[in-house]
Design a protein. Sequence first.
Lengths: 296, 333
Amino acid sequence: MVVFVAQRAWPTLSHEGLSWLGSGGNVDNQIGSMANTSSSPPASAFYLRAWPLMYGTLLTAGLAVIAGLVISLLTSIFIVDLAPPPVRRAMTPVIRLLASIPSVILGLIGILAVVPFVGAHLITGGEKESVINVIQLTGAGLLVSVFTLTVMVTPIMTALITEALGSVPRSWHEGAIALGLSPLRATIAVSLRAIRPAIIAATALATARAMGEAIVIDMVSGGKAFSPNPADGLIFIFEPLRTLASEIIDQAEGLSEPALRSSIYAFALLLMFSGFMLSIGSRLVRRPLRKYELSS
Amino acid sequence: MADAERLPQPVLQAPRRRRGRRSSVRSWRRTDQLIWALAWLAGIGVCVVVGAIVAFLTAKGLGALSPKLLVTRPSPSVDQSGSGGFLDPIIGTLTLAAIGTLIATPLALMTAVWVVEYGRPRWLAATVETSIEMVAATPDIVLAIFGLALFQFGILAPLSFRGSGGGVYGRSFFAAGITMSLIALPLTYTATRNGLRSTPRQLREASYALGKTRAATIRRVLVPRVRSDVATGATLGMGRIIGSTAIVVLLLGATLQNSSQGSVPLLGFLRGTGSTLTSYVLENSPAGEGNAPQKAYAAAFVLLLIVLVLNAIVARISRIGDAAGLSAGRLSL
């Protein structure tokens, strides 16, 4: 698989080298001009600086996973420790349902319900006018992308963390309570520490999912390879962006153009590479924690 | 031993519950109280989000859905009333789910049996395990684009749609279904492997003691035992296949109607391009070309119903498995 994709991506990589990963210029224009090159493109046709796309990918995935991690930790504590038994039994199918809702449905709700809402109520007319010459603020952008991605990754992480919490020996938790901790403090101090490897694994999986999600981002991100800039103040969260994955799906029509095709395969290679790095990285981080590994 | 049995058994009593939990929360540290409140908020919030999604789609979907939509074919039209229903996408979804599951399930079962029961040479088993993990971590858009590269190869050209100039596009039900099996494979494999690993060794040894060979043990004892795990994994995989959009858009063409390639009835259909409910939703949303939100809502609602049914099946299978003491009843994904 790696060989196939790498082979297709080779022209771009060989022409552009590592500076391909850098920033500069407008990705939309660069890709647009690629579509017009001939079937045997000159080296200049491969010109592309992919940083805005990578930045969009990292930004959305990172924010969504951080939000998802906090929410899913709290939800897991709720399910395992706080919820009354009937609620606890009801939570499992609810989480499973949320995890199995196809992402295109989330995207649909995002684009038809959330985006217009954000556009109409959260962004003021003045804010829209202030940037009208650069970008359009319709509501589709960073905020909605991160929100939808969070809804996507939270159930996955919650399921994994809850399962791990459930496999912590009861006696550890009870021992901590016997030492005078409150039940909640015992969960935080003992159980959550014990399942750190599972939390890391869940985070890595969620990050991989969030980075690779193409359709949803394509629908709700505003479809412009603009890099949201925190220096812009509050409108930062409404600025449009594009990710590697959504760029692939967006340019799928142009696969017959050699320069464009090569660039798209290079995006895929980059995504694949980061996925591998994630799983290797999470293994390396988990290794020193292995003494906590529970036999489940 | 006998003495010990005559001793009066200590009566075990459940420790009396301390004062109600609520009153103790007040005595906690401030930060703990905050976490307690946030945990409740998160738990309820997740339920509210799920409820809102289902309710919203049901309201919008039921309003837009009519029996006619389910049985008419989509057709190009400027306004929503003339653009037909989504019979083709439904057929596409079912076909892809069938192809993907039919390929993935036997493959996953055989791989899992080999890894757990034979697993020699060890490095090969470890490699298999790692590669399946890698496939599971690969985004489906990358799988899709890989599939596109693969099926554009000359040897595989008969499997897919050809352009008028004889160009191989690598797009067909075959191509998409085979790629789909890659996203179902890890789920089925993991479920089966866990089932096999949790099978007690005594069961195998008893079978050997009765004179069964290793192959017969696998066929007669182990495979029936992990049947519910396989079914759970396959159903989860089917859910993922049905929900995947990227592979459909890239490898099936996401065309309006399912169009056959060649004149052989079934083969032509499978070699042709088409669409599924997911791509139909995408195309009819404002992000696509159709821009018919009503149709998109209706199709999304049907999609949600299918997912709900699949979830119910998974829950049922694992409950049956639990009753027979077979599966661990995990909240697997």
